[in-house]
Ligand binder design. Structure first.
Ligand SMILES: Cc1cc2nc3c(=O)[nH]c(=O)nc-3n(C[C@H](O)[C@H](O)[C@H](O)COP(=O)(O)O)c2cc1C
Length: 400
C-alpha cells in the first residue's frame, strides 16, 4: 500500500521553479531550490575525556547522508556540528576542535562531504555552539552571553546556570573555534558553512534581549548584540576569502514568539547587516527552546502551510545579493512554488518530511509526487518522538 501524502490540487511539479538553479553571490550555484535543513542526529561518539575519540561521526550518520546525497537537493546541510567539546547541544553531537585533531577525524569528515555531494548538491556544514542550551549532564556551567538560565519543560534535560563569557575570552573561546572548524570544513571538501544563529543557541543568546543582559561592546544595542556574529564572519573570511567560492551563511530567527524576544523589526535590521557584510545565504526560521516554533502555534501561521512565510515576506526586501531560504512547515509542492513565486523566499528548506523520504526533492522534480508523506511524524509529535529516541541514545552514551 502506498503511503498517504498531503493532499494537493496539482498532479505534477516536475517542470517548475523548484528545479531552477540558484546562484550565490561569490560564484557557486545550487542545482535547484531545495535545501536539506539541519537535523541533529545525536549519533556521533561521546568520549569527553578522550579528545581524539570525541564527536566522531559514526556509520549511522554516513548511511543517512548517503541517502540524502542521492535525493537531488541543491544544498545539503549537516546537522549542527559543534565547535566546543564542552558546550554541546547534546552528547552524541559531531564536533570539530583543535584538541581532537586526528587523521581519522579528517577522513570521516571528508567522506561525509563526499557522500553529500554524490548527485551534485553543495555540501554545507552547520556550525554551532550551544551556550546555555548545553545539557547540565554534559556541562553544568556552560558559556552564554549572560547568566540567564534555561528552564525548559519541552525536553527531558535540565540546564545549568551559564557563565557570562568574559569580554576578553570571546575571541579565544568562540571566534577562534568557529574559524578553526570553518577551515576544517573547507579543507575536508565542504562547499561552505552555516552559522547556527537560530533556535536559542549561542548566537541567539547574544542577539536576543531575553538572554543578553551585557553592558560591554557585545550587549545593549542591536549592533552590539550582533557584533559577535560579524566578528566571526570577518575572521572566517580573513582565512577563506569570498573569492574561493566557499559559502558562508547563517540560520536566523525571523521572530521569537516571546515577550522581549527578537522582533520582526530586529530580524529585518540584522538581515540587512548580513546582506551588506557579504553573507552568501540566510536561512529564515523561528522559535527558541523555550518557545518552540516548529508547529503552527499561532492562528496567523496556521492559515499558511509554512510557519514563517508571513515574516519572510516582510524581511525579504532587505536582501539583494544574499540568497534566502525559508524552512519550517513546507509539505506540498504548490506551497513551495507559491512561496518562491510570491518572492517570500528563493529556496525551500525541508526538515522532518525528509526523514521518512530522503529523496523527496528528486521525486518532486521528476514528477512522481507533489507532496510529502503524511505520516512522517508530524510536527510536535515528531520532535517529541525524536527526543525520546535521542534520550535513549543519549543515556546509553553517558552511561545512565
Ligand atoms: C529532531 C529535530 C532536530 C533538529 N536539529 C536541528 C539542527 O541541528 N540545527 C538546526 O538549525 N535546526 C534543527 N532543527 C530544525 C529544522 O532544521 C527545521 O528548522 C524545523 O524542523 C522546521 O522544518 P520542518 O517543518 O521542515 O521540519 C531540528 C528539528 C527537529 C525536528
Amino acid at each position: 500500500m502506498s503511503p498517504q501524502r498531503f493532499p494537493t490540487s496539482t498532479t505534477s511539479a516536475s517542470s517548475t521553479i523548484l528545479g531552477d538553479r540558484l546562484k550565490f553571490r561569490n560564484g557557486p550555484e545550487a542545482q535547484n531550490r531545495f535545501l536539506k535543513a539541519a537535523l541533529t542526529e545525536i549519533q556521533s561518539t561521546y568520549a569527553p575525556n578522550e579528545p581524539k575519540k570525541h564527536g566522531l561521526p559514526t556509520d549511522t550518520i554516513l548511511n543517512i547522508y548517503d541517502k540524502w546525497g542521492n535525493g537531488k537537493y541543491g544544498v545539503i546541510l549537516t546537522s549542527n556540528v559543534l565547535v566546543d567539546p564542552t558546550n554541546l547541544e547534546s552528547a552524541g553531537n559531531a564536533i570539530i576542535f583543535k584538541e581532537g585533531e586526528s587523521h581519522e577525524r579528517r577522513a570521516l569528515y571528508t567522506y561525509w562531504a563526499q557522500l553529500m555531494k554524490q548527485d551534485g548538491a553543495l555540501a554545507v556544514m552547520q556550525l554551532s555552539h550551544a551556550g546555555r542550551q548545553t545539557p547540565e549532564l554534559v556541562n553544568p556551567s556552560p558559556w552564554s552571553a549572560s547568566d540567564v538560565q534555561l528552564v525548559s519543560s519541552a525536553r527531558f534535560i535540565t540546564y545549568g546556570k551559564p557563565i557570562p563569557l568574559p569580554t576578553e575570552l570571546v575571541k579565544t573561546e568562540v571566534v577562534d573555534r568557529f574559524v578553526y572548524a570553518a577551515k576544517y570544513a573547507y579543507e575536508c571538501g565542504f562547499d561552505g558553512i552555516q552559522l547556527h544563529g537560530a533556535h536559542g543557541y549561542l548566537f541567539s543568546q547574544f542577539t536576543s534581549p531575553t538572554t543578553n543582559k551585557r553592558t560591554d561592546k557585545y550587549g545593549g544595542s542591536l549592533e552590539n548584540r550582533q557584533r559577535i556574529v560579524l566578528e566571526i564572519y570577518d575572521a572566517i573570511r580573513a582565512e577563506i576569502p569570498a573569492s574561493t567560492g566557499f559559502l558562508v551563511g547563517i540560520k536566523t530567527n525571523s521572530v521569537e514568539f516571546q515577550n522581549e524576544g527578537l522582533t520582526l523589526e530586529d530580524a529585518k535590521l540584522m538581515c540587512k547587516v548580513y546582506e551588506e557584510r557579504g553573507f552568501d545565504f540566510v536561512e529564515l526560521s523561528g522559535g527558541t527552546f523555550e518557545k518552540i516554533a516548529f508547529v503552527h502555534e499561532r492562528e496567523s501561521t496556521r492559515r499558511r502551510e509554512a510557519f514563517f512565510v508571513e515574516f519572510a515576506e516582510q524581511i525579504r526586501p532587505v536582501f539583494n545579493k544574499t540568497v534566502v531560504y525559508l524552512t519550517g512547515g513546507f509539505r506540498t509542492a504548490p506551497a513551495m512554488i507559491d512561496a518562491i513565486k510570491s518572492n517570500a523566499t528563493q529556496g525551500i528548506g525541508l526538515g522532518r518530511p525528509i526523514t521518512a523520504e530522503p529523496d523527496l526533492p528528486k521525486k518532486i522534480l521528476e514528477g512522481d509526487v507533489t507532496s510529502a508523506i503524511q505520516d512522517h511524524l508530524p510536527d510536535l509529535q515528531a520532535a517529541l518522538r525524536w527526543s525520546r529516541w535521542a534520550e535513549q541514545a543519549w543515556r546509553k552514551l553517558v552511561g545512565m
